[in-house]
Design a protein around this ligand. Structure first.
Ligand code: IMP
Ligand code: MG
Length: 185
C-alpha cells in the first residue's frame, strides 16, 4: 500500500485474484447459456465504470460476439418507477434480433439498469440480460434483479477496477471500501 490512493481505502473488498475468479465463473455461466443460440451476441458495456470488468469478463467467453458501448444517466424523479434515462453515447449498431447482455459495474438503486433494459427491449432485441460485477441489494428502489451477479456486497461505497468517486480511483487494480472521511469532507 504505497500510493496516495491506497491511503483513502478502508479495506480491500476484492483483490485481483478474486476479481479474476469472478470473471472466470461468470464467463463460464454465460458461455454455457449462449453456446447454442443462433442470435448475434452483443455485449452492451455501460461506461465508464464497467470497462475493466467487461474487458476481463469477455476474454473468458470463447463465443463469437460484439462489444458496444453506452453512456447513460438515470434521474429518479421522486419515487419508485418514475424518472427517465438520458443517453449520452448510444450504440453504433442495430440490435434487432440480437441477444444482448448489459455489463454493469454495480447495481445500487437499480434505476439505471431498469430503464436501460427496457430501452434495449423496445429496440427489438431478441433477449436482454444483465451481468453486474457488484450488487447492493439493500439499496434497491425498483424491482430489478441481474441475471448474472459477481458479488453481493453490503451498503458501502466502493472504488477501484473501474468504479469511481468523483471520477477518481478507477485505476486501482483492486476494489476497496472508501474511507467515509474522503467523501464527507
Ligand atoms: P443505480 O443502480 O441506478 O442507482 O446506479 C448505479 C450506478 O451508481 C453505478 O453504475 C455507479 O456508477 C454508481 N454507484 C453506485 N454505488 C457505487 C459505489 O459504491 N461506488 C461507485 N459507484 C457507485
Ligand atoms: Mg460513477
Amino acid at each position: 500500500m504505497n500510493n496516495k490512493m491506497n491511503r483513502d481505502i478502508e479495506y480491500v473488498l476484492a483483490d485481483r485474484e478474486l476479481l479474476g475468479d469472478i470473471c472466470e465463473k461468470l464467463g463460464k455461466q454465460i458461455t454455457e447459456d449462449y453456446r447454442n443460440s443462433e442470435h448475434p451476441l452483443v455485449f452492451v458495456i455501460v461506461l465508464k465504470g464497467s470497462v475493466y470488468f467487461a474487458a476481463d469478463l469477455i476474454r473468458c467467453i470463447p463465443l463469437p460476439c460484439e462489444m458496444e458501448f453506452m453512456k447513460v444517466s438515470s434521474y429518479g424523479a421522486g419515487t419508485e418507477t418514475s424518472g427517465f434515462i438520458q443517453v449520452h453515447l448510444d450504440l453504433k449498431r442495430d440490435i434487432t434480433n440480437c441477444d444482448v447482455i448489459i455489463i454493469e459495474d454495480i447495481i445500487d438503486s437499480g434505476r439505471t439498469l431498469e430503464k436501460l433494459s427496457h430501452l434495449l427491449e423496445d429496440r427489438g432485441a431478441h433477449s436482454v440480460k444483465c451481468c453486474t460485477l457488484f450488487d447492493k441489494p439493500e439499496r434497491r428502489q425498483v424491482d430489478l434483479n441481474a441475471d448474472y451477479v459477481g458479488m453481493r456486497i453490503p451498503d458501502e461505497f466502493i472504488v477501484g477496477y473501474g468504479l469511481d468517486y468523483d471520477e477518481k480511483y478507477r485505476n486501482l487494480p483492486y476494489v476497496g471500501v472508501l474511507k467515509p472521511c474522503v467523501y464527507s469532507k
